[in-house]
Write a protein that binds this ligand. Structure first.
Ligand code: HPA
Ligand code: ZN
Length: 335
């Protein structure tokens, strides 16, 4: 089963680039930028990765991201993640980045986007990994601040496919960002949002009806509401589920209690993703492996999850079909 998963062609649809920042690289970049960290060593930093909730994690995640200063830093971070994609048979990835985490510290939007997108270009050439970008607004900040970010992004809009919404969910409902999502859609960005990770089903309804999202990040709490489940199915929206993130942030107590299998059985379109792999104890393949074991997923279910990851990506139909063909050939040989 492990070999089957490792070699399975797949896409990753829920991944924060700042969440791929491994302590080793973080220390290296901090050093070259002359930034002194609160933690004395890689081991000490890793030990701090124990969380009771989303906010615990966010506090440490924003600290880590605070050492990124130059275009080269953003390039190195992104290229390092894309190398891991190639090793895991992740054929395509949709990378979220949080501009405001950096522009608030005085880093230019241009520095961030150029570093990330040059790494994406290089990975296409050297690693045969495809990637696109999702610019995420921080929901703990104001809608006005999100508007400023939207404006800053316009000169670079051909490099960005979608907009997202992340950070502290509770108390920051999707409706807070109604106008900036409307404006983002007008600029041609595809809307997605984190919803129903810690927030209740009402937050998912708002993301659907007010932000008009085309994919739901997490979405676990849709199971609280039968009508919502049916609406998600009717609109053919996929959920980007992140099992090891859910256990790390105590959204789910134990992987054995994870509702992914129930979601699949209900007819919801789901995918498996790593969210913030440097912080949550596993890359995307580890998420597949641990979830398969905990929920006894069959090869057919794993194949369907991988197929969804291409089907519900924001690639063109022709690119989707190329990847799905590759997946189908693999599955036929290895099922
Ligand atoms: N939820 C909300 N915000 C985030 C996350 C998450 O899982 N990861 C990075 N920012
Ligand atoms: Zn996330």
């Amino acid at each position: 089963m492990q070999k089957f998963i490792e070699n399975l062609p797949k896409a990753e649809l829920h991944l924060h680039i700042e969440g791929t920042f491994e302590p080793e690289l973080l220390f290296k970049i901090a050093q070259r930028n002359n930034i002194k960290l609160k933690y004395g060593s890689v081991e000490e930093l890793r030990k701090a990765y124990s969380f009771n909730c989303l906010q615990d994690f966010l506090d440490i995640y924003y600290q880590g991201a605070g050492v990124l200063m130059t275009e080269q830093d953003f390039y190195d971070l992104t290229y390092s993640y894309l190398t891991k994609c190639a090793e895991q048979n992740v054929r395509h990835t949709e990378i979220m980045f949080d501009p405001q985490t950096h522009t608030e510290r005085g880093i230019a939007f241009e520095t961030i986007i150029n570093g990330i997108s040059k790494a994406v270009e290089a990975a296409k050439q050297n690693l045969n990994v495809s990637a696109l970008l999702i610019m995420s607004y921080l929901r703990h900040l104001s809608e006005e601040a999100a508007f400023k970010t939207l404006e800053q992004s316009i000169p670079f809009k051909e490099k960005i496919t979608a907009v997202g919404l992340d950070s502290s969910e509770k108390g920051n409902p999707p409706s807070k960002f109604k106008n900036v999502f409307e404006a983002s859609i007008k600029e041609g960005y595809i809307p997605v949002a984190h919803a129903g990770e810690e927030g209740d089903a009402g937050y998912i309804w708002e993301a659907l009806d007010i932000l008009k999202i085309k994919r739901i990040d997490h979405g676990n709490n849709c199971l609280q509401d039968e009508a919502l489940i049916q609406e998600i199915i009717k609109r053919d929206l996929a959920l980007t589920v992140c099992p090891l993130s859910n256990t790390a942030l105590q959204v789910v107590k134990d992987l054995k209690d994870h509702s992914l299998k129930k979601m699949i059985d209900l007819g919801l379109k789901t995918t498996i993703n790593s969210d913030d792999p440097a912080y949550f104890g596993g890359q995307v393949n580890q998420n597949y492996i641990d979830t398969q074991k905990a929920l006894n997923l069959t090869k057919e279910e794993l194949y369907q999850l991988a197929k969804n990851s291409f089907q519900y990506s924001f690639l063109s139909d022709s690119n989707k079909n190329t990847f799905i063909k590759e997946l189908d050939e693999y599955y036929l040989k290895n099922k």
